[in-house]
Design a protein around this ligand. Structure first.
Ligand code: NAI
Length: 254
């Protein structure tokens, strides 16, 4: 059982915007924010998953929006809806992402490159672009981008995902510098391999091999990443911005 982030974190009454909220790390984080008293805008392209997640909340505490983060106009409208519905946005988690099966760079399809970059990197920019102004008018806020250990190391057969996640960490640093004076903190988390539907393309043998890449010799759980995200979102991390926090069972320590 994963330890639970303290209920003294100051999330009660805050409004959070979470992309990728229908599944995995985004869902775990949204659920925990709700449990700690935040009202949550759930944003995802998976309408069924969204409906299931929304059903876990009191109706007045949740707004579920079926969006594709690759469209900046769609993201802008979603954030405006969230602001209109709840009165503003204080917290954001940019977790929408996906991955494809491994393929070497010399054989990588240009279309796959575009798809991966548009969700995993441009999608984060699209969200930041409209979350930040919404927070500035509130006097500040806190954002966490979900990167990856592949944002800090190369990984054979994943050129687009690796490039996108390196980009997310660079974007986190640049945007944190731009908006530190506005009291908007922007950080990233770099998870190791986490047991979520994102790893669905791996069979048991490949999952076991992935587990063994971590000195802790297991996959992580979505709630273990949610804990780190909650810390970075919270006032307990009030002097932390532009940082990337590893949550990886020791993967990057090697
Ligand atoms: P997941 O597959 O459980 O959840 C990802 C969610 O993003 C899904 O609900 C999906 O519908 C949504 N999504 C994908 N493309 C979208 C789009 N264009 N617009 C809106 N929503 C979209 O996967 P997981 O593991 O929770 O992934 C969350 C984040 O964590 C991703 O950014 C992923 O790259 C990152 N990550 C995951 C790791 C893992 O091993 N599971 C490891 C390191 C990072």
């Amino acid at each position: 059982m994963t330890a639970i982030f303290p209920d003294t974190a100051g999330f009660a009454g805050k409004i959070a915007f979470v992309t990728g909220a229908a599944s995995g790390i985004g869902a775990a984080t949204a659920r925990r924010l709700g449990g700690l008293g935040a009202r949550v805008v759930l944003a995802d392209r998976d309408s069924e998953g969204l409906a299931a997640m929304a059903a876990e909340f009191e109706e007045e505490d949740v707004l579920a929006l079926d969006i594709d983060v690759t469209s900046i106009a769609v993201v802008e409208r979603a954030i405006a809806k969230g602001v209109g519905h709840f009165g503003g946005i204080d917290l954001a988690v940019n977790s929408a992402g996906f991955d494809l099966a491994r393929c070497e760079t010399g054989e990588y399809a240009a279309d796959d490159w575009e798809r991966i970059i548009s969700v995993n990197l441009t999608g984060v920019f699209n969200a930041l672009r409209h979350e930040i102004p919404a927070m500035i008018v509130r006097g500040g806020g806190s954002i966490v981008n979900v990167a990856s250990v592949l944002g800090l190391r190369g990984f054979a057969g994943q050129p687009a995902y690796t490039a996108a996640k390196h980009g997310v960490i660079g974007l986190t640093k640049a945007s944190a510098l731009d908006h530190a004076a506005h009291r908007v903190r922007i950080n990233a988390v770099a998870p190791g391999f986490i047991e979520t539907p994102l790893l669905g393309h791996l069979n048991d043998e490949k999952k076991q091999a992935a587990a063994l890449l971590h000195p802790m010799a297991r996959l992580g759980e979505a709630d273990e990443i949610a804990n780190v995200i909650l810390f970075l979102l919270s006032d307990a991390a009030s002097f932390v911005t532009g940082a990337c926090f590893d949550a990886d069972g020791g993967y990057l320590a090697k």
